[in-house]
Design a protein around this ligand. Structure first.
Ligand SMILES: *Cc1c(COP(=O)(O)O)cnc(C)c1O
Length: 385
């Protein structure tokens, strides 16, 4: 489906799917099968074995490509399985430049899994593009960016990083999980690879774990697809179905996530007990102008710090909300609260965390699509105590 002839809502409703050719079923069936009958040796209907390909997964992969305006989509068992397949493109001695405040699980995958195979990771602050230029060597093969970042909501200028990557013939991969394809499309801004934890906004209902990769280049797709099959980190058909269903309402959910995010960010900012609010929609946020340029909205992720940031007080607030649930993850219809220092980012050494601005008292909110007034009331009573 061409983006030029349809609006984004129409694209999301129809992406990758058509009535089932066999029965007319409107929803893509869950092809719960591991293998496929072959009429003769070497002859098949496009499917041989479900690690290599499955019709429900194929529909999702087509949808993923369409909503990121790319040519090829690949689905994985999780966001980290998707990232794992991308890093397998590299060989010992190759170097990667990655942002210094990205998702903790990505940091762990790089430093605890791939570093020991001789892949070298440099972590630098992507707010200053000179840091990227300065870290490039003739061994640099990949730049890894995440924007907005988790949980500080820092913004990286994708177009400018893509220009640097291009100039040096380095691949640029953007983790687009926090923005979702509704708010930002990295391939259009010059990235080579976009990766998603579809567990978050794409699935959108906190009921599935799945990862996605979208690229434009056929050769690059074929290489990553080789690892998808050879290493086998594939999702099951039911999980693919759930993400296909999630995509159909992505635009509506994101609109509400953005509206609620804005209301709650402003509420927190004027709260006398709050010292700092991180949200890229504030005009005085360091990444505001870039966010306005490359994103359709500012999203539903908001982090804040309390004036009294003693662990006792932070713990009390974390335990006091009634509607907002303390849990890892984000991007679902229900609001979640997370304490990065002890939860999602516990795998990053404390000194490293603090150096990057992630303080012990920081609380991250994934604002859901409930009524903003109810969420505000809940936060207010929790913060006031
Ligand atoms: C959750 C997350 C991941 C990892 O995805 P899983 O589906 O949990 O494996 C990667 N990047 C970001 C930004 C995330 O939030």
């Amino acid at each position: 489906m061409s983006e030029n002839t349809h609006g984004i809502g129409t694209l999301y409703i129809h992406a990758g799917t058509e009535p089932d050719p066999a029965t007319g079923a409107i929803m893509t069936p869950i092809y719960q099968t591991s293998t496929y009958a072959q009429p003769a040796p070497g002859v098949n209907k496009g499917y041989e074995y479900s690690r290599s390909g499955n019709p429900t997964r194929a529909a999702l992969e087509k949808a993923l490509a369409e909503i990121e305006y790319g040519n090829y989509g690949l689905a994985f068992a999780s966001g980290l399985a998707a990232e794992d397949a991308i890093i397998r493109l590299l060989s010992p001695g190759d170097e990667v430049i990655a942002a210094n405040d990205m998702y903790g699980g990505t940091y762990r995958l790089f430093t605890k899994v791939f570093a020991k195979y001789g892949i070298v990771f440099h972590f630098v602050d992507f707010q200053n593009l000179e840091n990227i230029e300065n870290a490039i060597t003739d061994k640099t093969k990949l730049i890894w960016s995440e924007t907005p970042t988790n949980p500080l909501l820092n913004i990286t200028d994708i177009e400018k990083v893509a220009a640097i990557a291009n100039k040096h013939n380095i691949l640029l991969c953007v983790d687009n999980t926090f923005a979702s394809p509704y708010l930002q499309n990295p391939l259009k801004l010059g990235a080579d690879i976009v990766v998603h934890s579809a567990t978050k906004y794409l699935g959108g209902h906190s009921d599935v774990v799945l990862g996605a990769v979208v690229v434009n280049d056929k050769e690059l797709n074929d290489k990553i697809q080789f690892y998808q099959n050879a290493s086998g980190g594939v999702p099951g058909p039911q999980d693919c179905f759930l993400v296909l269903r999630g995509i159909k309402t992505l635009h509506l959910r994101m609109q509400r996530h953005c509206e609620n995010g804005e209301k709650i960010a402003h509420f927190l900012r004027q709260h006398p007990k709050v010292s700092k609010v991180h949200w890229c929609g504030f005009e005085d946020h360091s990444g505001y102008e870039i966010a306005k340029k490359q994103m359709r909205g500012f999203g539903g992720m908001v982090s804040f710090e309390l004036k009294n940031d003693s662990w006792e007080e932070v713990k009390r607030v974390l335990s006091s909300t009634k509607l907002i649930t303390l849990a890892e993850s984000l991007g679902g219809v229900e609001s979640l609260m997370n304490h990065p220092a002890t939860m999602t980012h516990a795998s990053i050494p404390r000194e490293e965390r603090i150096k990057n601005g992630l303080n012990d008292g920081l609380i991250r909110l994934s604002i859901g699509i409930e009524d903003a007034e109810d969420l505000i009331k809940d936060l207010d009573q929790a913060i006031n105590g």
